[in-house]
Design a protein around this ligand. Structure first.
Ligand code: CA
Length: 242
């Protein structure tokens, strides 16, 4: 998988449809993970950071409706619902559950690819507009400008360090496993690269001036990974308090 490949989770129990759709998407350079039931869909979704989900409504083990609801509990990833003819009511339910778009079977793979492209474009624009700057006082991350300021001074980060910092800082308090960070920051999804994250964190801490024994921003969660927190210690620690 290319580091920047857009990842799509394809949930469809009819294997011929699944294979055909996957082949089409892969030809467009998307990275596709295909699964055939609702339970596997949720497991796969938790394992990778997908950019888009294509979800059949009628599925064994767990319905598409349940899967959609489970995904929406934690994520606003774009979801395209697939429904068979005659499931019109279900289709409306799908949209009410938070799917972004739907296609009625039989559909042309070309139509699906067009919808995928449109949704991804929309999602990207929304994300970019939603968060431009993360401001934590002493630490300001200008996402669109690709700049980081510590105590008002710009520091120089590599692309990976910047990606790592923004990934963590977008969700203060959320714990990321090393594997998740490997995938989000480096784009690989196999083991062995987890230690790479440790060295990126080490470098990032050095550049931020963040002491691992008394962290200000980057916290180690032992046995798991890392989290970002903007603990407001600036007043007590700054020394110039009256
Ligand atoms: Ca089905």
């Amino acid at each position: 998988m290319a580091p920047d490949a857009t990842k799509i989770l394809l949930v469809e129990d009819e294997k011929p449809i699944r294979d055909a759709v996957a082949a089409y998407l892969e030809r467009e350079a998307y990275w596709v993970r295909g699964v055939g039931d609702g339970q596997s869909a949720i497991e796969e979704f938790e394992r990778h950071s997908f950019d888009l989900v294509i979800l059949d409504l009628m599925l064994p083990k767990l319905s598409g409706e349940r899967v959609c609801r489970a995904i929406r509990d934690t994520s606003d990833v774009p979801i395209i619902m697939l429904t068979a003819k005659g499931e019109v009511e279900d289709r409306i339910i799908g949209l009410e559950l938070g799917a972004d778009d739907y296609l009625i079977k039989p559909f042309s793979p070309r139509e699906l690819v067009a919808r995928v492209r449109a949704l991804l474009r929309r999602a990207r624009t929304e994300t970019d507009q939603a968060i431009e700057t993360l401001d934590f006082g002493d630490l300001v991350i200008d996402i669109s400008g690709h700049r980081v300021m510590v105590h008002g001074e710009e520091i120089d980060l590599t692309a990976s360090e910047f990606k790592l910092l923004t990934t963590l800082a977008r969700y203060p308090g959320r714990v990321y496993t090393r594997m998740e960070l490997v995938e989000k920051v480096l784009g690989y999804d196999f083991e062995g690269y987890e230690r790479t994250i440790d060295s990126h964190v080490k470098n990032l801490r050095a550049k931020l001036g963040d002491d691992p024994r008394n962290p200000r921003w980057l916290f180690t969660v032992h046995g798991v990974g890392y989290r970002f927190d903007a603990s407001d210690k600036s007043e007590e620690d700054s020394g110039d308090s009256k």
